[in-house]
Each structure stands twice: as structure tokens, then as C-alpha cells.
Design a protein around this ligand. Structure first.
Ligand code: MF3
Ligand code: CO
Ligand code: CO
Length: 250
């Protein structure tokens, strides 16, 4: 069941979204060469709690940290660790979800560490473009599959692949609500978009094949099967009467 949010709920989702965006802005200066990802987690945790909010990932289905940090070939759900040091040329996705006044805001960004190879910089830039193409396809009375279709159309220009095993999701009082948002065209997303629906758009784009593997050791870390680089951006988006509104913006 896809919930249509009330004007009061939309206000709260706007506040939660704005706070999540503020976390990504705040943390930027700490996402640098030599930093370890546990410290990035600690700083985000302190910032979120200081604003009277809760970091949603912490203890979510047993997840041990407050944010996800996914470096290089890690697709998503990377666990921050003091043993994971960011090196020159790395890329790292920081995925922040906050609960403010009972409502969730979910956003992520991929940061570049120092001097990154041109091909890597392009992967990151195009991953953000892919997310934006998907968001720009959101219109009331059109179908949700237009999001995936637009992402696929854009990504197919390059020798990249789109992760198929993870998608966007409805979001509100719950972290993950209906619908599942595919980042490629599928008739499974033949769902009519209506004003008041809120979901994330968060395509994971791989430099190699689309297959992914989940760590047998920690049960969370998802990597590309061929260990190719992967990048991701995420926004929480509201369907409006006119089109869409990005909620995870400053
Ligand atoms: N923030 C992720 C998403 O975009 C979900 C992380 S779940 C966790 O949906 F348990 F790994 F934190
Ligand atoms: Co999400
Ligand atoms: Co997220």
C-alpha cells in the first residue's frame, strides 16, 4: 500500500529531508585523505543527535552504525570502521538517514578523495546525472516506471551498468515503505504517481557488470561481483501537483 502523505506529514518530511541534507554538507570537510570512516560515522551521529534527531540506520535490522560508508567497489551498506582509511584517489558514498519528529529523510552523495582518475570522476558525475534524470521524470498521473526508464536511457550512453538488486523506496514514518523503485524500466513499476507520494531515487551505477555480492563475514557490505568501481547519489522526493519536489535539499 502506497501512502499519500497529508500536508502536515509533508511539512515534517521537508524538515527531516533538510536535516539529512545538512548532514551531508556538514561532513564534507571531514571526508578527506587519511580519515577513517568510523570517525565520519561518529561526527554524523553527534551532529544528528545534537539536532534532536535519530540516525535511522543504527540498529536497523541489526546494522551496527549510524550511517553507511561505501568505498570504491562497495555498492552500498558499507559499515564504517576505524580500519578503513580513505586514500588519495578513492571515492566514498556517505548515506545518511535521519528520523526527525517521527519522519525519515534519506540522502546520499559520493565524495572524491584528493586526485581521482578522470574515468572515476566521470562515473561519479554521471551517477549524479542519472539520479537527476530519474527525478526529473516524476510527474503526477504518469507511471513510476518512467523514473527507471529515464535512468536507463541515460546510463546506456556509457559502458556502465545499473545495479538491479537494490532500489529506491517509499519513505515516511517507516524507513522503507512501498513502492520499490526500480532504477531501470520494468512493468512491475506500472504504478500511477499521485501528489503526496514520497519515495527515494538512488541508482547505484557500476563501471563493470551489474552483479553484486553481499559479504558472508558481516552480512551487510555489498560489493560489485567483478570488484569494479561503483557510485551512488540519493534524494528523497515528493510527487507534487506540478511535478516533484526534492525534500533532501538545503
Ligand atoms: N540508507 C539506505 C537506503 O538508502 C539504507 C541503509 S539500511 C542500513 O535505503 F541498515 F544499512 F543502514
Ligand atoms: Co534509501
Ligand atoms: Co539512503
Amino acid at each position: 500500500m502506497i501512502k499519500i502523505k497529508s500536508p502536515e506529514e509533508i511539512k515534517k518530511m521537508r524538515s527531516a529531508g533538510k536535516l539529512a541534507a545538512e548532514v551531508l554538507e556538514y561532513i564534507e570537510k571531514y571526508v578527506v585523505e587519511g580519515q577513517n570512516t568510523a570517525e565520519i560515522d561518529r561526527l554524523c551521529h553527534e551532529f544528528i543527535v545534537s539536532k534532536g534527531a535519530i540516525p535511522a540506520p543504527l540498529n536497523y535490522h541489526g546494522f551496527p552504525k549510524s550511517i553507511c560508508t561505501s568505498v570504491n567497489n562497495i555498492v552500498c551498506h558499507g559499515i564504517p570502521s576505524n580500519k578503513q582509511i580513505l586514500n588519495n584517489g578513492d571515492i566514498v558514498n556517505v548515506d545518511v538517514t535521519v528520523i526527525l519528529d517521527d519522519y525519515h529523510g534519506d540522502t546520499s552523495r559520493t565524495y572524491l578523495i584528493g586526485d581521482v582518475k578522470e574515468s572515476t570522476r566521470l562515473l561519479v558525475e554521471r551517477s549524479e546525472n542519472a539520479m537527476m534524470r530519474g527525478i526529473q521524470a516524476i510527474k503526477p498521473n504518469s507511471f513510476l516506471y518512467e523514473v527507471g526508464k529515464a535512468i536507463e536511457k541515460y546510463v546506456n550512453k556509457f559502458k556502465y551498468s545499473i545495479v538491479r538488486d537494490y532500489g529506491g523506496h517509499g519513505i515516511g514514518r517507516e524507513f522503507h515503505e512501498d513502492p520499490h523503485v526500480y532504477h531501470f524500466y520494468t512493468p512491475a513499476n506500472r504504478i500511477r504517481l499521485r501528489p503526496g507520494m514520497i519515495f527515494t531515487v538512488e541508482p547505484m551505477i557500476n563501471e563493470g557488470g551489474y552483479e553484486v555480492v553481499t559479504s558472508q563475514t558481516d552480512g551487510w557490505t555489498v560489493t560489485t561481483k567483478d570488484n569494479s568501481l561503483t557510485a551512488q547519489f540519493e534524494h528523497t522526493v515528493l510527487v507534487t501537483e506540478k511535478g516533484y519536489e526534492i525534500l533532501t535539499k538545503l
